[in-house]
Design a protein around this ligand. Structure first.
Ligand SMILES: CC/C=C/CC(=O)SCCNC(=O)CCNC(=O)[C@H](O)C(C)(C)COP(=O)(O)OP(=O)(O)OC[C@H]1O[C@@H](n2cnc3c(N)ncnc32)[C@H](O)[C@@H]1OP(=O)(O)O
Length: 732
């Protein structure tokens, strides 16, 4: 039974009224996204009853308030017991009705929202609307008939791609796919009402998708098997994409049987830990948007400056990706290099990237190129609102550049550094305006990766931070505001993770064994394959600069110890031999030539490891998967607790968002902090204590004070950690 609700008109979440020309109008009203909560479904049922009983209405238009059709089922209700009519029979009732129903889609039609539109007899979309079935991103499948109606409407290949990626499509693409019947750039409700008047007397039988025979390609099995293979290697261990394929396979059955299969698969996903983890990721990405700084400045009360014109200085790989990202977002951009040859190479590369983008977006290359000005001249930076420095990761170079930027740019221009870990405040200190300096840490490839670490230096102003976060959103990124600690959050946590992996090699493991275990856990790429891809010289340079290796090391120092702590020189030794990873064809693995991408086990490396262990009298032992996972992942999360207790990140959601979006942590495992919360804090504490006893010279294995504190507090749920750490000192 649905709940008893107040009859007050303003509380009603699906209003029925009459539009011109004998058209009934049902309007969803559940801000912010008209999610289909139990109350909405209840009111929608009543509105449908009124519409079908209204003898003055020949057809019905279904739309949403506030410029948005429907963002799908109410995700907040997934973890609660709620009543209200179920979505599947409700959508079936819309489809089975005797009056044509036209969905008027503006803003978004996502998930259950699009499934509801598929139950309507016609769909009209505004040209700016986006449509999609993103349930797979929440660890689910489109369980309100979406897996059965979509392939009937647009065919298996397109439905398979949309459902397994969760990708949103534009109205234009939706029209091409046959997902909508009409696209308008005017008022979509007016267009839908006119459309409804036109089709009011048309026969309805052929408009009910459930009665359609799906256009089944001859090679359907091959198509589905191929998709399964790709999905399993892309998101190892993830249940939802696989279930999506199985549900789609059931669309070859009669509709009722297909729906039964869809429901069965949905039931297994709905209560799965993976779905809970992915829904946690969804809400975490919203929580990190609500940043606040020490003092009272926050996302709500801080003004944002409009970035009319930006600049990127330094057009290496990162600078090129950042330029493309800005241009793609429609922001006029000055792209600057110091060297003519470098500028020409960058111009060619950026043009090629924009060309691919133009083809994808069906736009002219010129519409992008007219937004970018390639230059060698500093004076072109005079009128920009924001500069992103993306030069080589060298502090002296960056300091020089920032003092020049301060001289050439407008006093209010925001000066950002794309450093991946250097001290933003030291860089800011070379300017006369440290308040306008902010870290803007993009992840490679910058035009693809969704993560942006926004680094607040101790002197960065709230307006500068707010402007950079806002710019991040315009660029399609999820911005996470972090404090100015070496390596910020992401790279700082990477260090103990990588160190454990290296120590495991000393103790008897191989790169393939460590990577295999991490990949089985769900990482797209193990740590050694990832290092080979980024280039081993990146970390080598940092270690040399910080005196851990290279000429600064005193000859009497043990190669396996630095400052009284255990140190593993294996990566340095590889670099000294010119094995820098994929780009040199050799690193932790062997690649077929410098262009080779496939990581092959390298017999030379195995021999090298044997020899190294012999030299250092290390007796190799058998290391099991559990130890690999616990040592690597708990050391990483332990550093996460330190980051929280030092106020470098505001909450576990920030760390998890950074790891899922920037470091390939599998979303269906929630993130490192979510993972340890799921394992149980006291179990994790016990294991860290055990490992620290075995390796007392590894401080990263010593349980952090915050972890101990949380365990002493009875291991509160992760949703409470943010509040608990807020009372501590913040570096934000
Ligand atoms: C039987 C089970 C059937 C399941 C099928 C489903 O329908 S599952 C749900 C499928 N829908 C989605 O996955 C859509 C998720 N939402 C979005 O992608 C985006 O929110 C948006 C709709 C594109 C809007 O993006 P925008 O950037 O404009 O806003 P926010 O993302 O910040 O969202 C604003 C607030 O709305 C909350 N919210 C969004 N969607 C839902 C939802 N489906 N249910 C509940 N709440 C939702 C979001 O959390 C934000 O809330 P705040 O409190 O303001 O943080």
């Amino acid at each position: 039974m649905s709940e008893v609700r107040s009859p007050v008109e303003s509380d009603i979440m699906a209003h029925y009224s009459r539009a011109a020309g004998h058209i009934g109008l049902i309007r969803l009203a559940n801000p912010p996204v008209n999610a289909l909560s139990s109350a909405v479904r209840h009111d929608l049922c009543r509105a449908l009853e009124r519409a079908s009983a209204d003898t003055g209405a020949k057809a019905i238009v279904l739309c949403g308030e506030n410029g948005l059709f429907c963002g799908g089922a109410d995700i907040l209700e997934f973890s609660k017991k709620t009543g209200g009519p179920a979505l599947v029979p409700l959508i079936n009732a819309i489809e089975a009705g005797e009056k044509p129903v036209v969905a008027a889609i503006e803003g978004v039609a996502l998930g259950g929202g699009l499934e509801m539109a598929l139950g309507c007899h016609y769909r009209i979309a505004h040209c700016q609307a986006r449509l999609g079935l993103p349930e797979v991103m929440l660890g689910l499948l489109p369980g309100a008939g979406g897996t059965q109606r979509l392939p009937r409407l647009i065919g298996f290949p397109a439905a398979l791609e949309l459902i397994t990626t969760g990708r949103h499509v534009s109205a234009e693409e939706a029209l091409t796919l046959g997902l909508v019947d009409q696209v308008t750039d005017g008022d979509v409700q007016e267009a839908a009402v006119k459309f409804a008047q036109r089709v009011a007397d048309e026969p309805l039988a052929s408009r009910r998708l459930s009665t359609w025979k799906p256009p089944c390609p001859a090679d359907l099995d091959t198509l589905l098997q191929g998709a399964l293979g790709r999905l399993q290697s892309r998101a190892r261990g993830a249940l939802a994409p696989v279930a999506c394929v199985h549900a789609l396979q059931a669309a070859t059955l009669p509709f009722a049987q297909g729906i039964e299969k869809e429901q069965e698969l949905m039931a297994t996903l709905f209560s799965s830990p993976q779905a809970r983890a992915m829904q946690y990721c969804f809400f975490s990405q919203r929580i990190v948007g609500k940043w606040s700084l020490a003092g009272r400045a926050n996302w709500k009360n801080t003004p944002v400056r409009t970035v009319h014109r930006a600049a990127v200085v330094g057009l290496g790989t990162m600078g090129r990706g950042i330029t493309v990202t800005l241009v793609r977002a429609g922001i006029p951009t000055v792209a600057m290099e110091m060297d003519r040859g470098q500028l020409q190479a960058a111009q060619q590369a950026v043009t090629a990237m924009l060309e691919r983008e133009a083809t994808k977006q069906k736009r002219s290359l010129d519409s992008y190129l007219q937004l970018v000005q390639f230059t060698l001249e500093r004076r072109h930076l005079q009128d920009v609102d924001l500069v992103i420095e993306a030069v080589y990761e060298d502090l002296a170079l960056k300091k020089r550049l920032f003092s020049e930027l301060c001289a050439v740019c407008r006093p209010d221009a925001i000066l950002c550094t794309n450093t991946s870990g250097l001290d933003v405040d030291v860089i800011a200190g070379t300017t006369r305006r440290p308040e306008v300096v902010v870290g803007m840490h993009f992840f490679a490839p910058a035009h693809v990766m969704k993560l942006l670490e926004v680094v607040r230096g101790p002197r960065s102003s709230p307006v500068a931070v707010a402007t950079v976060v806002h710019l991040g959103k315009l660029l399609g990124k999820v911005s996470v505001v972090v404090g100015n600690s070496p390596g910020f959050v992401g790279n700082r946590l990477l260090k103990p993770y990588m160190e454990q992996a290296n120590f495991l090699l000393e103790e008897g493991a191989t790169p393939e064994q460590v990577d295999g275990t991490l990949e089985e856990f769900g990482f797209a790429m193990g740590i050694f394959r990832m290092s080979d891809l980024s280039g081993l010289d990146v970390g080598w340079r940092v270690r040399r600069e910080s005196g851990l290796t290279g000429p600064a090391v005193r000859p009497e120092e043990s190669p396996r110890h630095r400052l009284g702590c255990r140190y593993c020189p294996l990566a340095d030794l590889l670099c000294e031999r010119g094995r820098l990873g994929q780009k040199t064809g050799q690193g932790w693995y062997l690649y077929e030539g410098p262009e080779g991408r496939k990581a092959l086990p390298d017999p030379w490396l195995h021999g090298f490891l044997d020899e190294y262990r012999r030299q250092h009298a290390l007796k190799p032992r058998r290391i099991d998967q559990q130890e690999v996972l616990e040592r690597c992942l708990y050391a990483l999360a332990n550093e996460g607790f330190r980051v929280l207790e030092e106020g470098v990140a505001a909450g576990p959601e920030d760390i998890d968002t950074i790891y899922v979006l920037g470091y390939g942590w599998p979303a269906h495992m929630g993130g490192p902090m979510y993972h340890v919360a799921t394992v149980g804090l006291s179990a994790v504490l016990t294991r860290l204590e055990h490992f620290h006893r075995a390796h007392p010279d590894v401080p990263q294995l010593q349980p952090s004070a915050l972890l101990r504190h949380l365990v002493a507090q009875g291991s509160p749920p992760i949703s409470k950690w943010r509040e608990l750490v807020r009372v501590q000192r913040s570096q934000l």
